[in-house]
Design a protein around this ligand. Structure first.
Ligand code: ATP
Length: 311
C-alpha cells in the first residue's frame, strides 16, 4: 500500500480459545462474577475481510452452523467497528465479511475473535492506527474475552477475565475438539452454577469472591508437559454445562477411553477439548471420535492473536 492510499480490502484472522483452567468467584451484587482463568489460543480461526463502505454491514459464511449469528447491529463485529469509529472520529463505514470456523455459542470465544479481528481490520483499513493499549481498552469494552483474542498465546485472565497477563508456555499442545451441533448460552450456564452453589452451600467449600489460578497450571504450561497440564485442567462451569446437556458426559468418557490424557468442557461449553500426549495420539483420538459420528477438529495451541493476513 502506498502511504496515504486506502487499501481495497483488509483481511485479518483471530483464533478461538480453550480455557485450560477456569475458577468462578461468588456472584457479586452487580450480577457478575470475578474469574481466574488460563486461556490458550488454538489453531481454529475466524477470518474477517473489511471493505471500504459508507455504512456498516456484515455477512457471515463458514464451516459451522450459522443459525444464531445475527447480521444486524447486534453482531459483535459491527459493534467493534462502530466503537472504533466513534473513538477515532472516523466518519465512514465498513462492509465486513466473516468466515467462521469457531462454533457459535460453543465456549471457544468465536464472537470475541470476530470482534478482535474486526478492530484490527478496521484500524488498518481506515488508517486510524490506534496504539496497542488503546485497542486492548476498546476490546475490553466489547467483551471479557476480546482482549485475549487480540493478544493470543497463553495468558492468565482475572477480573471479568479481561485483565490479562501473559503466561510462559513451552512448545505446542495437541488438542482434539468435539464440536456440538447446539450452543449453550453463557448466562444460562452461569445461572445454573449459581443455583447449584445456593442449593448446596452447606456441602461445598466456601467460594472466594476473587479466585486465583493454581500454581500447578502455570508450572505445567511452563514445562510444556501435556501430562502435567492434563492433571491440572479444571473448569467450574463444567458441572453446570453437563447438568444442562447430559450427552456431554458420554463424550468426555469416550475421549478418555480412546487415549486422551484428559478432557474438559471449554468455557461455558458445549465444546469438549481433549488434551493428547502427542501428535500420534491426537490423530488416533481424532479417528476414534470421528468413527463415533462426532464432529471432531484437531488443533494445536498456543497460536498468535489477531493479525493482518497479507493477500
Ligand atoms: P464465550 O466463550 O466468549 O462465552 P461463545 O464462544 O460461547 O462465547 P459466541 O459464539 O461468541 O459464544 O456467541 C455467543 C452469542 O453471541 C451467539 O449466540 C450470538 O447470538 C451472539 N453473536 C453476536 N455476534 C456474533 C458473532 N460475530 N459470532 C457469533 N455469535 C455472535
Amino acid at each position: 500500500m502506498t502511504p496515504g492510499s486506502t487499501p481495497r480490502m483488509v483481511h485479518t484472522r483471530a483464533p478461538g480459545k480453550i480455557n485450560v483452567f477456569l475458577k468462578v468467584g461468588s456472584l457479586q451484587d452487580d450480577g457478575y462474577h470475578d474469574l481466574a482463568t488460563a486461556f490458550q489460543s488454538v489453531s481454529l480461526y475466524e477470518d474477517v475481510r473489511a471493505y471500504p463502505a459508507d455504512d456498516f454491514s456484515v455477512s457471515v459464511t463458514g464451516t459451522v452452523s450459522l443459525d444464531r449469528v445475527p447480521t444486524d447491529d447486534s453482531n459483535i463485529a459491527i459493534k467493534a467497528a462502530k466503537l472504533l469509529a466513534a473513538t477515532t472520529g472516523y466518519t465512514g463505514g465498513v462492509r465486513l465479511e466473516i468466515d467462521k470456523h469457531v462454533p457459535v455459542a460453543g465456549g471457544m470465544g468465536g464472537g470475541s475473535a470476530d470482534a478482535a479481528a474486526t478492530l484490527l481490520a478496521c484500524d488498518t483499513l481506515w488508517g486510524t492506527d490506534l496504539p496497542r493499549e488503546k485497542l486492548l481498552e476498546l476490546a475490553a469494552q466489547l467483551g471479557a474475552d476480546v482482549p485475549f483474542a487480540l493478544t493470543g498465546g497463553t495468558a492468565i485472565g482475572t477480573g471479568r477475565g479481561d485483565q490479562l497477563s501473559p503466561a510462559l508456555a513451552r512448545g505446542q499442545f495437541q488438542w482434539v475438539l468435539v464440536l456440538a451441533d447446539f450452543g449453550l448460552s453463557t448466562p444460562v450456564v452461569y445461572h445454573a452454577l449459581d443455583e447449584h452453589r445456593e442449593r448446596n452451600g452447606r456441602d461445598i467449600l466456601p467460594v472466594s469472591s476473587a479466585p486465583n489460578v493454581d500454581m500447578s497450571v502455570l508450572h505445567a504450561l511452563r514445562a510444556g508437559d501435556p501430562q502435567m497440564l492434563a492433571d491440572t485442567l479444571h473448569n467450574d462451569l463444567q458441572a453446570p454445562a453437563l447438568q444442562l446437556e447430559h450427552g456431554l458426559t458420554t463424550v468426555l468418557e469416550l475421549g478418555e477411553e480412546n487415549g486422551a490424557l484428559a478432557g474438559i468442557v471449554s468455557g461455558s461449553g458445549p465444546t469438549v477439548a481433549f488434551l493428547a500426549a502427542d501428535l500420534d495420539s491426537a490423530l488416533e483420538l481424532q479417528i476414534a471420535l470421528s468413527a463415533a459420528q462426532l464432529n471432531v477438529v484437531r488443533v494445536t495451541g498456543p497460536v498468535h492473536g489477531a493479525r493482518v493476513i497479507a493477500e
